[in-house]
Design a protein around this ligand. Sequence first.
Ligand SMILES: *Cc1c(COP(=O)(O)O)cnc(C)c1O
Length: 402
Amino acid sequence: MLARRLRPAAARWTSQWSRGYSSQLSSSSGTPDLDASKLTIETTATPKPLLDPKELIFGRTFSDHMLSVEWTAQDGWLAPRITPYQNLSLDPSTCVLHYAFTCFEGMKAYKDADSRIRLFRPDRNMHRLNRSAARIALPTFSSDAFISLISRFVNLEQRFIPSQKGYSLYLRPTLIGTQKTLGVGPPGSALLFVIASPVGPYYPTGFKAVTLEATEHAVRAWPGGVGDRKLGANYAPCIVPQIDASRRGFQQNLWLFGEEGYVTEVGTMNMFVAWVNEDGVKELITAPLDGTILEGVTRESVLALARERLPAEGWKISERKYTIAEVKKAAEEGRLLEGFGTGTAAVVSPVKGITWRGQNIEVPLSPGKETGPLAQKFWDWMCEIQYGETKHDWSYVVPESK
Ligand SMILES: *Cc1c(COP(=O)(O)O)cnc(C)c1O
């Protein structure tokens, strides 16, 4: 892949910029790619007690082990290791701490009714992590090799996957630059690791529709920026606008873009709206992947299911720009049908209201419910596939480790 690995630092440096970060996704350079067959496993001597599933808090407790693979520009990907979960030791000058050389994924391992472990479209997460990595000069890797390593890891950690439907093991693959230097340049070393956190259902007592505040004073992503990649650098700047919205009583903020007020994303989820459009056609709409939208696996899956199953009911499915003013107008004219966010954590998150410039746009729900009919449908369809209740190519059964 990246030819710069074979060249001296100065040459690497210029070519890096002159290429304008052209991101190639194959790892076939002179240095070794990720090799799952080189995995070594050191198991913990002190297994953790399992928490009562009802007490699980998202991302707070972790499984016994972690998976790590180091990379150097000189030697490529080194032998992968599963070790007891432990602290990292980083020199204070490590580049990730200063210049945010970090990208990550969010995915889940599910236990089906036959106690088999399943992942949902892991190839999509691998593809996205490689694209994120390439954008910040971190090394890319073989998706298949990493899926097989993750499979070995979740096999080892399977006692942490609660069997009840709605529960899962949240997986956090992360890639960081580990070069010790304050110089701003492509990291000469990196660490890819995966940690795992058992999680309960996002809606333990059924859907809870949320209210949003449309944010105009801050922008999440912009054309030519990196909002379409899962980079650590994208998240810290979003916290203050979210706190501002929550101080005013809203659960999430809705990110708008530009003078037109284009609707982009909700918190850290993709946003969908259903309305009867100006032509009188029922339309499910989400913003297009124009570089400012995170390429959500849930978004992609909801779109695919919608295109396959909804046209029969008269729905048009659109990926195109739409504005908050159009949403408001649709609501005023009684054409707004539904709104919801999508993401791995919640699957779908129904919206009941959006406040924009001090005015409330009411978003309809099914009578007496905390969700609309479409959000409910997508949630059902996605969960059936994720938990292996219906057979589908998207559900990957983790092979048992020998
Ligand atoms: C991760 C993420 C999403 C959702 O992606 P999924 O793959 O569906 O989990 C949407 N928006 C942002 C900003 C995200 O970080």
